[in-house]
Design a protein around this ligand. Structure first.
Ligand code: SF4
Length: 424
């Protein structure tokens, strides 16, 4: 093993903060070195998170798929008039939220295109007829209705946000997110000219992360790998996230998302990152970000690889929906929760449902708007995770009820439940 890598692993296991050179040594790990990197990442994950691996039961609400950007890897965006172009009216959002609540969802994930009003006059006129100027104002109005009229908790993922936008949206959500994607402007909008994706300028995205920290907003971010960045640029992006988190302590989750080629995108011929590359990057993220960070990789983008992802040090599977597709990756179905639970159990872990706000942030001063506190408190146990009796992921059809290895932490033993005459 190279001396630089051995040094990085030693320092990580001693609980020391890794520097950029350590990160580069980790991300350059060769085939023979990778098992040691993965083992160190698992050790750190277990130190910080124990056996618990989490997910959030959600519905996915693509509030509008109009977008002013043209990213070469995107299959989500539409221009007005294009087949599939759609902006959801509030009634449609509320009906979907109510349907989601009936099957046990707690998170209303709003994911949408970035600032379509800047590019499309007809859409701008539509907003004006609602008495609004921006898509983010519309998002705020709709999320407020979700909070008032449904049991769901909004998580907002609407692209770049100013400090004023963030402050307004904090009042109607439990958390927000913006993928940093990359800290380098070089792979900007791969497959298209850079000026076609003004919202993907890394400095602007980092500014949103910074403002979210200043405003004490539980925030999800992450990197997108395989879009033309170098391995070292992945490390730079992870360190940029670590820096902003060190200043404000607000990053609740970091996602390592792998690019997937799709036949309809400009980057359809672009190679996808291999599983070893994804594992190496997840493990590097764990070792750079430390045992306390929540680390996720989307399971529906690596459907046959749950053990490999767990073996690289993640502790969260992200949002999973029993009702709505992944509109960003519509070809990739969500995993069955029981499959995630079994894979987690085989790796020595226990699957638990969390809310869109991570437990660490629920009781922290100033991180949750007052009107949302009672609703959040009604869902969680002393650990800040969804109370087992409300965690309906083992309902009929998910087939996990008969499997004792899947009993949630804190749940009564199976024999006791049978005596009570039912399962949750
Ligand atoms: S990835 Fe996001 S910002 Fe880029 S085109 Fe798609 S919706 Fe727009």
């Amino acid at each position: 093993m190279r001396a630089a890598l051995a040094r990085a692993l030693d320092r990580a296991l001693e609980g020391r903060r890794l520097d950029r050179e350590d990160g580069y040594a980790l991300i350059r790990a060769g085939e023979a070195e990778l098992p040691a990197v993965l083992e160190a990442a698992r050790t750190l994950r277990d130190r910080g998170k124990g056996r618990v691996v989490t997910f959030s039961k959600k519905i996915f609400l693509p509030l509008t798929n109009l977008c002013r950007d043209y990213c070469g890897y995107c299959t989500f965006r539409r221009d007005p008039g294009e087949p599939g172009a759609h902006t959801m009216p509030v009634e449609e959002v509320l009906a979907l939220c109510q349907a989601g609540a009936r099957v046990g969802c707690k998170e209303a994930l709003f994911s949408l295109g970035d600032k379509p009003e800047a590019l499309f006059p007809d859409y701008r006129a539509w907003l004006r007829r609602q008495g609004l100027r921006t898509t983010l104002e519309y998002l705020r109005a709709v999320a407020a209705r979700v909070v008032e009229a449904t049991p769901l908790l909004p998580h907002l993922n609407p692209g770049l946000m100013s400090a004023r936008d963030l402050a307004a949206l904090k009042e109607v959500s439990v958390s927000m997110g913006l993928m940093l994607e990359s800290a380098s402007a070089r792979p900007l909008a791969p497959g298209g000219p850079p000026d076609r994706a003004p919202d993907k300028v890394p400095a602007r995205r980092l500014r949103t992360l910074e403002e979210a920290g200043r405003l004490r907003i539980p925030f999800t971010t992450g990197i997108l790998i395989g879009i033309g960045e170098t391995p070292e640029e992945r490390v730079d992006a992870l360190l940029a996230i670590r820096e902003v988190h060190a200043r404000w302590g607000h990053i609740q989750e970091v996602i390592v998302q792998n690019f997937r080629a799709k036949p309809t995108i400009p980057m359809r011929e672009h190679p996808e990152p291999g599983l070893d590359d994804l594992q190496r990057t997840i493990a590097t993220a764990r070792l750079l970000l430390g045992p306390a960070m929540n680390l996720q990789a989307p399971p529906n983008l690596s459907p046959a690889s749950y053990p490999a992802l767990l073996g690289a040090g993640l502790n969260d599977w992200g949002g999973v929906s029993p009702l709505t597709i992944d509109h960003i990756n519509p070809e990739a179905p969500w995993p069955a929760l029981v499959a995630l639970a079994r894979a987690t159990a085989r790796a020595g872990g226990v699957l638990r449902e969390r809310l869109a706000i991570y437990p660490e942030f629920i009781g922290r001063d100033g991180f949750l708007a007052t009107p949302l506190r009672a609703k959040v408190a009604g869902y969680v146990d002393a650990e800040g995770l969804v109370r087992p009796e409300l965690a309906q992921w083992r309902e009929a059809g998910l087939d996990g009820a008969a499997d004792p290895e899947l009993a949630p932490v804190g749940a009564p033993p199976r024999s006791q439940k049978e005596g009570e005459g039912g399962d949750s």
